[in-house]
Design a protein around this ligand. Sequence first.
Ligand code: 13P
Length: 281
Amino acid sequence: MALVTLKQILQEADQSGYGVGSFNVVNMETIIGTIKAAEETRSPIIMQAAQVRLKHSPLHLLGPMMLEAAKRALVPVAVHLDHGTDLAVIKQALDLGFTSVMFDGSHLPLEKNIAETLKVVKLARNYGASVEAEIGRVGGSEDNSEDIEMVTTQVCDAQQFYEGTGVDALAIAIGNVHGIYKSKPRLQFQRIREIDGVVAAPLVLHGGSGITVDDFRQCIQCGIKKINVQTATLTNIVEQVKQLLQLNKQVDYFTYHHSIIDAAYVSVKHHIEAFQSNNHA
Ligand code: 13P
């Protein structure tokens, strides 16, 4: 069990037809809640830290905690860098022992994205680590700082990108956005199927928060195997802590601490069950 690569986790999901949650963590409490949900549901999971959030949770502190939690877990866990944009940060994650990194060159022209992604693929192979990349552009932003417009992934671009890089997982844009959806998500299932037909690597859905269980399952049937979730968990934590403080003005630190763990656990468990990865570890 314990620490595995992204490639291993997604291969098994692909063979058995379920999706694997890739849950963003930001501190010890979110790590504990995430692992607890995975162990209780007997689910493989991916635990990830987004580069843009490292200003709050430095990688040299957060990374070792994630890795130690993964090694001790009773279920397979891949430890992943989410939306890496700087080679130095990607290398730092690999040096720490992350089993997977994402390079996000989705803002670059196709040829440049291929060339930059290839550099990361070559680097990661020296560590035996997996690589995820992105083609097209997921809307919103991982930290709500920008409202990036979604650019739907073109099938021919995805094929050219995959053939040029050989990545282990490919994030696509098919109506998904990071953060809160401004209106009901309208996901392009047919486009997922078409991309899946020309890309052998498992496909990745970013912006998992706010998507219905039915839509998640349809995405998985069409070829999505990794689903990223962050906002839903962080929002649940804030809501639960608010309720706790409203009900009891005398809250001590450790009641508050356990409330964070529990809120992360509830959100992760809900998504694991939606993706049907429970009882697969
Ligand atoms: P949400 O915050 O919308 O769940 O998206 C998470 C994500 O895609 C991280 O890469």
